[in-house]
Design a protein around this ligand. Structure first.
Ligand SMILES: Cc1ncc(COP(=O)(O)O)c(C=O)c1O
Length: 379
């Protein structure tokens, strides 16, 4: 017999399977339409099942931010990008232990990281493709100005078995509404064109220019030269993504199902989803609070403890009762997913399936490595 949502213990992340399919199809179609290689970032779902859905729809490979994600995704994909600085011996060792069948690409933004990466690749007898990471405005990682990118590409080129494969950037600074992104897109186009010219002059034509995020997902084709995109959030979407118009509210596929556990204090209702379910992530769009109800977006979680979320009832006539169920759209879905072991897939009000968040966490600490830093003595 099918399980009704009412019977699930809360809080629990639930995914509307029809919405998920729509989101996956829409991005795949966009990439195909504009001849862009889709290399989705797995940090949103951390699941081999969703990754497989993305690959079946034409994704050329996957993007990962942690070694754990790489290890888990190597079970379903043989073309992985590590979009994180490959710094530290233990991280390098874990990278090189990936199955040899995996074509590994690594993003670098420092000359210091290159000899160690090359040595690790040499020891592991594996070729490693390298993207040079440039900062086009986010100011997180990436070299700037463009001349440093050419110098770094040259350094990569002289460190076999590393192979300079291209340029990568993350336009995380572009978070305006989709219709207001024109100036930002124009600035990116100019920066990418300059970079391309300089690299071409240096005899280091990039095979790939990798960019893209969910907020900019629908306009990245307006940046000539970009060949690859790496959106992650689009599979589930969230309150921020809807708030900037990069998806419709009806495209929010993941909600946290919660139960009203208290109405004792007038003007509010308390649900069993606090920071350990919803995460204390700011809304990066107009509005406030930490999450809002799927069917009443005007009702917002305005305060949280670890296991309590306070719904402000001042903008609604709705008066929930203890035991009522609500579905919450979180501000930032990626942080919500990684707090749970399992995701429940629903169709209508019924559970159809579930899947594990396999790549959450970091994996077991490897104490066997010779080069592992010595921590405090075992007790
Ligand atoms: C390097 C990199 N690429 C791609 C993405 C995916 O972007 P989004 O979460 O907007 O889909 C991220 C997100 O953090 C990122 O850090």
């Amino acid at each position: 017999m099918a399980t009704h949502l009412e019977t699930l213990e809360t809080p629990v992340p639930i995914v509307d399977l029809d919405r998920l399919t729509h989101n996956l199809d829409r991005m795949a179609a966009y990439a195909t339409l504009h001849d862009l290689r889709l290399r989705p970032h797995v940090k949103t779902h951390k699941s081999t099942r969703i990754a497989t859905e993305q690959l079946q729809r034409g994704a050329v490979g996957l993007t990962c931010a942690t070694t754990r994600e790489l290890e888990i995704m190597s079970e379903v994909c043989d073309d992985l990008l590590f979009a994180y600085p490959p710094v530290g011996a233990a991280r390098l060792e874990r990278l090189m232990r990936l199955p040899s069948s995996v074509r590994l690409t690594v993003a670098v933004d420092s000359a210091q990281s290159i000899p160690a990466l090359a040595m690790a690749a040499n020891l592991a007898r594996r070729d490693v493709d390298v993207y040079v990471e440039v900062d086009l405005g986010m100011k997180r990682v990436g070299v700037t100005p463009e001349h440093s990118a050419v110098a770094l590409a040259r350094t990569v080129h002289t460190h076999a078995p590393l192979r300079f494969a291209g340029i990568t950037f993350y336009p995380g600074h572009v978070r305006s509404r989709v219709e207001d992104q024109g100036d930002a897109v124009g600035a990116l186009a100019q920066q990418v064109a300059t970079l391309q010219e300089l690299l071409l002059d240096a005899g280091l034509a990039p095979r790939v220019i990798s960019g893209g995020s969910t907020p900019l997902a629908w306009r990245i084709h307006e940046v000539p030269g970009v060949t690859e995109v790496r959106p992650g959030t689009y599979v589930y979407n969230d309150r921020t993504t809807a708030g900037i118009g990069a998806c419709d509210w009806e495209d929010c596929a993941l909600t946290v199902l919660a139960t009203v556990v208290s109405t004792a204090v007038p003007g509010q209702a308390v649900v069993d989803a606090g920071t350990k379910a919803l995460a204390r992530e700011p809304l990066r769009a107009d509005g406030d609070g930490w999450a809002s109800l799927l069917d009443r977006p005007e009702v917002v979680v305005t305060r949280m403890s670890e296991e309590h979320g306070v719904l402000d009832l001042s903008h609604t006539d709705w008066r929930p009762r203890v035991g009522d169920r609500v579905r919450l759209v979180p501000n930032h879905v990626c942080i919500v997913v990684q707090q749970f072991d399992e995701i429940v897939g629903i169709r209508g009000d019924y559970v159809e399936t579930s899947w594990p968040v396999l790549a959450r966490g970091r994996g077991a600490v490897d104490l066997q490595q010779d080069n592992a830093p010595r921590g405090p003595r075992a007790m």
